[in-house]
Design a protein around this ligand. Structure first.
Ligand SMILES: Cc1cc2nc3c(=O)[nH]c(=O)nc-3n(C[C@H](O)[C@H](O)[C@H](O)COP(=O)(O)OP(=O)(O)OC[C@H]3O[C@@H](n4cnc5c(N)ncnc54)[C@H](O)[C@@H]3O)c2cc1C
Length: 289
């Protein structure tokens, strides 16, 4: 490994000042579970790493607002999020997702900000958080901006973040009236990387789908919202026939790519079957809540 500088700032502002908008070899590091693999394989050779481990504890906190909203610090570990009572109360789907996200050793070290900023389309949290309508709060030298999680990804391992911007928090709105599920389809063990991730949140009003957010990941180049399929669903009576139609629509809409976890045609079939299952399960949850 080539030598590099490791900076350990004590404040977020210092960390931002140590980043460099022009230099791709200067990067923040939070848990290091993704970055260290890239360094070991020689894909990434840093000049400087800016560790976020020592910045203010505020960025690791998980807080629930009186209105049912949730604010998760970007430096909270995945285990902290998994075991948080606040997270379970607002969005139990996050806790359920964590149980099959890698293993406890990785979850103890990895941080929410790193999970999102890495831009890997196989990550489990981006589809879940975007189906919940969550947004990232991002800080840079000129202040803060908010980015919906569904708009954070611009391509394969690419995000819309500037090199000197940091994710500081993720805000999840109140989930009152919404029912959410996540299906992680793996071709090996249950906690392997997914061949397909499908997250669905919906509201049922008088037996009809009042609103729906349908996200797909891992089978596509980047996190993708199935907008056309949502239109097939909105305002329609929830039924097996409707879910069947939505599965067909999703299969036609998703631009599926192949990788080591399956061919594009196999993954397209997964999309058809699992969109149907996700809708069925979410609508049962919605009528019971
Ligand atoms: C064996 C193994 C199995 C795994 N299986 C799964 C799985 O099944 N599902 C899944 O979803 N994930 C899986 N992962 C991936 C794991 O979830 C990620 O590696 C982890 O979430 C990244 O977080 P980190 O804090 O370690 O990021 P780091 O490695 O520290 O950083 C990752 C990237 O994010 C940038 N970054 C870090 N923090 C910030 C911030 N606050 N703002 C802006 N940029 C930032 C870094 O510069 C870097 O580019 C697996 C990982 C391993 C090692």
């Amino acid at each position: 490994m080539t030598p590099f500088e490791l900076a350990e700032p004590k404040t977020l502002n210092e960390a931002i000042a140590l980043l460099d908008a022009e230099d791709p070899d200067v990067r923040p590091i939070s848990g290091g579970t993704a970055l260290m693999l890239m360094m070991k394989s020689g894909v990434f050779r840093p000049n400087r790493l800016v560790s976020l481990q020592r910045v203010e504890a505020d960025y690791s906190r998980i807080q629930r607002g009186g209105d049912g909203t949730l604010r998760i610090g970007a430096l909270a570990s995945l285990s902290q999020i998994e075991h948080s009572g606040e997270v379970r109360q607002v969005a139990p789907v996050i806790e359920k997702t964590m149980r099959h996200l890698s293993n406890v050793r990785v979850r103890n070290v990895a941080r929410l900000g790193g999970n999102l900023a890495h831009g890997d389309p196989h990550m489990d949290l981006p589809p879940v958080l975007s189906s919940l309508g969550a947004k990232a709060i991002v800080a840079g030298p000129s202040g803060q901006r908010e980015i919906m999680i569904e708009e954070l990804f611009s391509g394969y391992y690419e995000t819309v973040l500037d090199r000197n911007e940091l994710i500081t928090f993720v805000d999840v709105p109140s989930q009152a009236g919404w029912s959410s599920v996540y299906f992680k389809c793996t071709t090996r063990s249950a906690d392997d990387w997914p061949a397909l991730g499908i997250a669905c949140s919906l509201r049922v009003e008088n037996g009809s789908i009042g609103d729906v957010r349908l996200m797909i990941s891992a089978a596509t180049e980047k996190l993708t919202r199935l907008v056309a399929t949502e239109k097939v669903l909105r305002g329609q009576q929830a039924s097996e026939a409707l879910f069947e139609r939505a599965g067909e629509s999703a299969m036609a809409e998703a631009e599926v790519i192949d990788d080591s976890r399956g061919s594009a045609s196999y993954k397209s079939e997964l999309v058809r079957v699992y969109v149907k299952r996700a809708l069925r399960q979410a609508s049962v949850g919605a009528t019971q809540s």
